[in-house]
Design a binder for this molecule. Sequence first.
Ligand SMILES: [Zn+2]
Ligand SMILES: [Zn+2]
Length: 271
Amino acid sequence: MKTATGRQRPLDIAGAAATIVFMVRGAITLCWRGLLDLALPTVCAACGRRDERAGPLCPSCAAALLGQVDGRYCPRCGAGIGENLPVDEDGCFQCPTPVPRFQRVVRLTAYEPPLAEVIRGMKFRGVRHGCRWLGRLLADRVAATGELASVDAVQHVPLHWIRRLDRGFDQGRLLAAAIARRIGRPRLEALRRVRNTPPQVNLPRTRRLENVRGAFKPVGRDAEGLHVLLVDDVTTTGATADEATRALLAGGARRVSLAVVAKAEPPPRQT
Ligand SMILES: [Zn+2]
Ligand SMILES: [Zn+2]
């Protein structure tokens, strides 16, 4: 049948069918990953050895990770600081330019084994208990810095809904929930990712800033006047967290601090 919009109707039907297929696939992924999570809670996320205690890592990998956690990093960008160098509250020679809009970084450690395996596990194998475990560790680091005293609420760097559906969950939200519970602060849903940006891997910082520009929008006014603890799993150049911070400040937040599980080394050639 021919109508004024008749030419577009087959496309509309195809688009709706694709959306339904995509959503069904997402639901199946969600169930499958939940089952995997239940079925494999005793396999170490780093070395794959079976172990009977709860938690994502076997005792030796957990000990290795805890041995890497220290405070020798720049509080403005999260880069590691050598043993003999002072930790300066105002930043370090590795701090990016322009300086990110978040005021302070709290991290667990650098992005290296065994922590890297735990993070990959929670991203790609759906190891939710790994998120909760890391969230509690990170919450304790936040408390140890004294930053906690003025934090009012916790907000994660959200995935785009397409990525969340594909993965089956949002690891940042799980981390933020564990942190909020541990430190006794509310968790906000004050950010939305409005663009599904291509992965940042291997891009220099300037390209990363362009890549994520406008990727987040504030939602409501729940962040208004608050010191928000922004939570993400990994930061490299800080470009994504900086853009999320911009949106939070646009939504009325008073101050934003960043809590990340790991700080990855930026690509060797930054421009
Ligand atoms: Zn292990
Ligand atoms: Zn720095």
